[in-house]
Design a protein around this ligand. Structure first.
Ligand SMILES: C[S@@+](CC[C@H](N)C(=O)[O-])C[C@H]1O[C@@H](n2cnc3c(N)ncnc32)[C@H](O)[C@@H]1O
Length: 247
C-alpha cells in the first residue's frame, strides 16, 4: 500500500459500523459459489479487511486465509477469526505459501495498485501462487460509468442508536481508469469525524481483464455484478479468470 489510510488505520475499529458486514452478502455468496464451482479448497482473500468474507468462507468449509496491508484491519480480522487466519501482507508481496485453489479481492482492493505495471506484477504473483485450475475473482471500480454522485448511508452506532453513524461517499472519475474516492465518516455519539480521499487506479474492468489475460489467466470474463450480468452501466464489476494448467 503506497499510502496509509486512516479509514483502514486508526478508524479500522469503526469499519464494520459504517460498512456493515451484511451489506455485501450477495457478493460473498457469489464468490463462494464461484469457488465451489472451481472445486476450490484453499483460498486467499486479498485485502481481507475485518475478515468478514474469510469467516463466511470458513463457515462454508473452505480452508480460508486473508491478508491485508493495514495492521489495524488485520487486528480487527483476528478479533473475528482468532489467530492464524489473517496476516499483514501487501498484495504486492503475495506468494511463498502453499498453492492456492482460489484468490479473491473484494470491494476494490485491486484498485489500490499504484498503476498498470504494479497491477501486472500483482496479477503475476497471484498466478504464481495458484494451483492449476485455480480461480481468481477481483471486484473492481469501473470509472467509465461513474458520475461523481454523492451517496449517504446511515447506520446504527456501536450501542444500537439509530442513525448514529453517517457515511458519505463519492466516486469522481478522473479518466477512463482512475477514480478519486472521497469518504466522510461521522460517529455522532462518539464525536468522531473523518474525511479522506483515496486514489483508485486500474479502475476499468476491461483493462483489468486484459492485464489478467496478459499474465496467463484464461477464460477471463467480466460481470456487471454478482448476478453475472453484462458490464452495462455498472460502477463495480467482477473480473473472473482461471489459472489453466499451462503457463
Ligand atoms: C475497501 S476495503 C475492503 C475490505 C474487504 N475486502 C471487504 O470487502 O470488506 C480495502 C482494503 O484493502 C486493503 N488494502 C489496500 N491496499 C492494499 C494492498 N496494497 N495490499 C493489501 N491490502 C490492501 C485496505 O487495508 C483495506 O482493508
Amino acid at each position: 500500500m503506497t499510502q496509509a489510510f486512516r479509514l483502514f488505520g486508526d478508524f479500522a475499529h469503526r469499519y464494520d459500523l459504517h460498512t456493515p458486514p451484511d451489506h455485501y452478502r450477495d457478493d460473498h455468496a457469489f464468490v463462494l459459489d464461484e469457488f465451489r464451482a472451481a472445486g476450490a479448497r484453499r483460498i486467499l482473500d486479498v485485502g481481507c479487511g475485518t475478515g468478514v468474507f474469510v469467516e463466511k468462507a470458513l463457515t462454508a468449509g473452505l480452508d480460508a486465509h486473508g491478508i491485508d496491508a493495514a495492521p489495524a484491519m488485520v487486528a480487527q480480522a483476528e478479533r473475528r477469526l482468532g489467530p492464524g487466519r489473517a496476516a499483514v501482507q501487501a498484495m504486492e508481496e503475495i506468494g511463498g505459501g502453499p498453492a492456492l485453489d482460489g484468490i479473491c479481492a473484494l470491494s476494490w482492493v485491486i484498485n489500490y495498485a499504484a498503476n498498470a505495471d504494479a497491477a501486472i506484477a500483482i496479477l503475476r504473483r497471484m498466478y504464481g501462487a495458484m494451483a492449476p485450475g485455480g480461480r481468481l475473482l477481483l471486484q473492481c471500480a469501473h470509472a467509465p460509468n461513474m458520475q461523481a454522485a454523492v451517496f449517504e448511508d446511515r447506520e446504527p452506532g456501536a450501542d444500537g442508536t439509530p442513525d448514529d453513524v453517517v457515511f458519505l461517499f463519492q466516486f469522481a472519475p478522473l479518466g477512463p481508469d482512475q477514480v478519486k474516492a472521497r469518504y466522510v465518516y461521522a460517529g455522532k455519539s462518539a464525536g468522531e469525524l473523518l474525511w479522506e480521499e483515496h486514489a483508485l487506479n486500474i479502475a476499468n474492468a476491461e483493462l483489468l481483464a486484459r492485464l489478467a489475460g496478459r499474465v496467463g489467466f484464461s477464460g477471463v470474463r467480466i460481470y456487471g455484478s454478482w448476478r453475472r450480468d453484462p458490464l452495462g452501466g455498472s460502477v463495480s464489476a467482477w473480473v473472473v479468470a482461471d489459472r489453466g494448467a499451462a503457463a
